[in-house]
Design a protein around this ligand. Structure first.
Ligand code: C2E
Ligand code: MG
Ligand code: MG
Ligand code: MG
Length: 283
């Protein structure tokens, strides 16, 4: 319904919507300029094996720092990049940057390190997505078996048949797939079984919850069980304190990511951080 209204060009404006739209347009231009002027960069947050506390990989996260030093959150600018279509070029750039960093890390001796890259649904639906992915892998020389794409659960909910087909094609390149922010959507077990995925990422909200009072049947616990039943790896995101890490480990969650272990950092910082961590675990 909303779609047909848009096609017909029918928009209903209120004064506040006008302000909102103007702000979006302003940000859209600023983002495009920022991208052109190299104000965007990628940081990497380590992912940890809970049993050994060793890094096994990192997630690439986009950052935007304006010339006056302010950081704008990706939660704000990614939707604008999606809305404007800039996410196609931006996403490709992140993909290539993260792949290049993976290759550099491998050269520095971190052979089992995995790189996780967020993929927007707009990127994913683009007709040239597969071609872009193959080319990024080929041009950078990143080994696909050490690259993982993160798609969100909400994205997995729309157009199931298209998604199933796409995932099968992506898997042929050799990269793996994680469902990000898992637990927030409503994926059924039978649907999940039809998807060629490798990993579930427990959303931070459910990690925060586990130290609360009602521990009995937490969503985190259910996701860990689900992963075990489906033969999928599970990683918890947003682990901020030791108690959360210990409960997750006790529940059988093998991997985690969060401020407790490391904050997202620049490529240079990651290189140093990993080198200090001489006993890096096998992925
Ligand atoms: P996400 O993919 O779920 O990424 C995890 C977010 O949680 C990151 O926020 C990370 O900095 C934050 N985080 C990690 N550990 C902790 C913790 O212990 N506590 C708390 N409070 N937060 C933690 P960030 O970097 O602000 O990114 C927000 C979202 O923006 C991402 O959520 C992702 O959906 C999107 N995003 C970021 N970079 C990209 C990108 O390159 N492409 C696309 N399509 N989306 C991106
Ligand atoms: Mg993610
Ligand atoms: Mg997430
Ligand atoms: Mg998120």
């Amino acid at each position: 319904r909303a779609k047909s209204q848009q096609r017909a060009g029918h928009f209903y404006f209120s004064r506040s919507m006008g302000v909102e739209i103007r702000e979006r347009v302003r940000m859209m231009h600023a983002l495009r300029t920022a991208f052109g002027q190299n104000q965007l960069f990628v940081v990497y947050q380590p992912q940890i094996d809970l049993a050994t506390r060793r890094p096994v990989g990192a997630e690439a996260l986009l950052r935007w720092q304006t010339p006056d030093g302010k950081f704008i959150s990706p939660d704000r600018f990614i939707p604008i990049a999606e809305y404007s279509g800039l996410i196609i070029d931006l996403g490709e750039w992140v993909m290539r940057t993260a792949c290049r960093e993976l290759v550099d890390l491998r050269k520095a001796g971190h052979q089992n390190f995995m790189m996780s890259i967020n993929v927007s649904q707009v990127q994913f639906r683009h007709p040239h997505f597969l071609e872009m992915l193959r080319k990024a892998l080929e041009d950078t020389g990143a080994p696909p078996e050490f690259v993982e794409l993160e798609i969100t659960e909400s994205m997995a909910m729309e157009e199931p048949d298209l998604l199933i087909k796409m995932l099968a094609q992506i898997k042929q390149t050799g990269v793996s797939i994680a469902i990000d922010d898992f637990g927030t959507g409503f994926s059924s077990l039978s649907y999940l079984q039809r998807l060629q995925i490798d990993r579930l990422k427990i959303d931070r909200a459910f990690v925060t919850e586990i130290t609360g009072s009602a521990r009995g049947s937490s969503i985190a616990e259910m996701v860990i069980q689900l992963g075990r039943n489906l033969g999928l790896a599970v990683i918890a995101e947003g682990v901020e304190d030791e108690r959360q890490a210990q409960i997750l480990q006790a529940l059988g969650c093998p991997l985690a990511q969060g401020f407790l272990f490391a904050r997202p950092m620049t490529a240079t910082a990651l290189n140093g951080w990993l080198s200090n961590d001489a006993l890096e675990g096998a992925a």
